[in-house]
Design a binder for this molecule. Sequence first.
Ligand SMILES: NC(=O)C1=CN([C@@H]2O[C@H](COP(=O)(O)OP(=O)(O)OC[C@H]3O[C@@H](n4cnc5c(N)ncnc54)[C@H](OP(=O)(O)O)[C@@H]3O)[C@@H](O)[C@H]2O)C=CC1
Ligand SMILES: O=C(CO)COP(=O)(O)O
Length: 380
Amino acid sequence: MRIDNRGVTPVPARAEPYRTITVIGAGSWGTALAAVARRAGREVRLWGRDPDVIDAVARQRMNPRHLPDIALPEGIVAISDLATALDGTEAVLLVTPSRTVREICAQLAPHLPQGVPVALCAKGIEAETGLLLGEVAGSLLPGHPVGALSGPTFAAETARGYPTAVTVAFPFSYADRLSPVQSPAARLAISLSSEAFRPYVSDDPVGVEIGGAVKNVIAIACGMMTGAGFAENTRAALIARGMDEMKTLAAALGGRRETVTGLSGAGDLTLTCSSRTSRNMSLGVQLGQGIPRDRCFDGRDVVVEGEINARSVNDLAARVGVDMPICEAVFRVLTQGADIGETFARLWARPIEGEPNMLDLVLDHPADPASIRGFGGHAE
Ligand SMILES: NC(=O)C1=CN([C@@H]2O[C@H](COP(=O)(O)OP(=O)(O)OC[C@H]3O[C@@H](n4cnc5c(N)ncnc54)[C@H](OP(=O)(O)O)[C@@H]3O)[C@@H](O)[C@H]2O)C=CC1
Ligand SMILES: O=C(CO)COP(=O)(O)O
């Protein structure tokens, strides 16, 4: 008998896929997800606001602006009219940057067929209100299940068909608990799965959202230290301690710590903090190298969610009384012009703490931040 890691023998059950999926946002991740859904056999509509992009997807099966040189599968219907894109659709993936979620939900509301689930694929927290994107969308789309799709997913890799895994999370209603295969999370997961795309099902969108939003800020921290010349030990420490910040915030907001150890937390944190393909990591590297913000990315306007979210994460942490020193350090560098070396040296010289099972233990740290090797130009 095969026993899985929960101590039970799993029996595969059949979930009914959604027939038609509408992807809102024809940027790099929206286009990649449209390719995923199409490869999984769905009828796919991709809505974007840029007529040139829509035209190129329709005629050339390419998105030259956001995913150049990647051939998209046949059959994605590219549409620039929102009502047409949503007419009769069965599920929606909302894939525009976090700052646009409120405005886009307001535009969707009059056209969404009754009860259609909406999965948020942006990674962020609303800057002005500190609300999770699920809270924003939930308030504007009453009657629609609102969830999140998130994980370690560089868009170009997913679009090229490299194996990718994500978490799909929706709150479970009473009926979903009785019959999990009929939940929007299970149905959307099965609707998107194919050889190269493997979704995992979750009922904890809060934990998933927090992982996606906070890992971007931690990636900026890792980038800053890498750019400033620190080595791998330091980055690994930031990843591990960053995980702890993510877990604590998720738990304080009603999410689960275990969710943060999954794909949308640990998985995405590892990916984003390890590669300069990440725009967040890359921004941090450039700032760590001393490049002024307006010259980063050669002056191009690039979506860097962690830069916008450093403030919202910091505010949210303060509101719920969670200590997030790494996120706070990034916030101070980005918004208060704090010096990177000095800020991170202070982080290292904080009082010595216990690991999570010994949280009450706090000891004086003997080091003077200015003498910590590797910070502020002390590395040999
Ligand atoms: N790229 C990636 O690897 C991944 C990204 N994500 C998340 O997905 C979200 C989107 O990022 P990504 O696709 O990379 O970004 P891109 O910059 O590639 O694309 C952003 C898209 O959003 C559109 N857009 C921006 N503002 C508006 C608006 N007000 N109304 C309608 N459309 C708008 C842009 O349109 P236009 O082209 O006209 O400017 C563009 O199509 C982010 O939250 C990101 O964190 C998540 C996983 C992976
Ligand atoms: O979220 C991502 C990978 O999972 C993309 O990361 P960046 O936004 O930092 O490029």
